[in-house]
Design a protein around this ligand. Sequence first.
Ligand SMILES: Cc1ncc(COP(=O)(O)O)c(C=O)c1O
Length: 409
Amino acid sequence: MQKNIYLDYAATTPVDKEVLREMLPYFGEKFGNAMSIHSFGQEALQAVDEARGKIATFFNATPSEIIFTSGATESNNITIKGVLKSYYSKPKNAKIKPHIITSAIEHHCILDSCKAVEQEKLAEISYIKPGKDGVVKISDINNAIKTNTILISVMYVNNEIGTVQPIEKIGKLVKKINAQKKETDFKILFHTDATQAINYCDCDTKKIGVDLLSMSAHKIYGPKGVGILYVKKGTAIKKIQDGGDQEYKMRAGTHNVPGIVGAGKAIELVQKNGQKDAKKIQFLRDYLIEKVLREIPHTMLNGSKIKRSPNNANFTFRDVEGEGLLLSLDMEGVAGSTGSACSSGALSPSHVLMAIGLKAEQAHGSLRLTLGKYTTKQEINTAVQKLKTVVVRLRKISGSVLEDYYSNK
Ligand SMILES: Cc1ncc(COP(=O)(O)O)c(C=O)c1O
């Protein structure tokens, strides 16, 4: 029987065997609570500290700047809400509503956090639209900055179209603007959601100039339910969850020790093999894009071809509906994803594709295929063959005039 083909690595990745091997003892004999002072606890704490050390090295940070969370969603929530909490903890700030800049193509956990604080009248938010290529312009960020701007949050790599945002340039801009400010002025903090970037982009926090950075271990062949928030020493941020004193009092709750051990190993593997894996993945991804655009007419690639993460391909097929395409492909044994989301029973088009100027029907006809380190050329060949068959069939069903194209071929 043909094995199913997984092309949805941006949604999640399988746990690497080496990662799993390191995690297993912490589900069994090494089960201690890292906050207990007895030997069981100390054994767990040592494992947490080791993982923290590996992660700090990867980000060119110090271990105390690494906070373990339950995922990028939580890290992003802490960022938006914790920075505001710190702002309002100073009575002199109460009269001035702070301003946050983000992009219109962020993951929902950033956008919805921003909308929540906007609704509570805690902040005003500017949502910067990217260009048609899916990349935010540095000049647009610069123009949006005001005297009350306290935070800029722009994702490193977009999860739908894979476009890479100019994070290092934004970091330099923020540094320049902060340097011109007086002691009493509001300083701007810079955060990036690097969830989709860890495998492929330079995440040296000093080099890219971020104060805060979020990620999830399950996108890098680590376990689900473990996230990281890098918080530069001295950053004005407060915890948003009350409870224990874990994580330098920034994030209460018993440590997910096996998960943290897994996150540490997963990062270590990215550091060791990431560049080699990325090269192979990009080669296959370019092969996939060329093959799809050549063999399936009336298809376009969404987002910049160049400023793009090595593993991402996102297509729009004319006269094809994305959900139908996804389900048909799944029945053929190919797993992909579409940006359309089901909200209140109706399909709403992807906010990312709409932000780069697609019409709703084009956004509905989109398919995201994301590759990973286990993807093979044979899988790509089979997937494109199946995709072609399904697109032809769906165009026929939809009564597309493009059907003539196929019958005349
Ligand atoms: C860019 C980005 N940010 C945040 C998240 C949320 O990650 P998690 O669900 O692991 O918290 C994702 C997950 O798809 C993502 O792609």
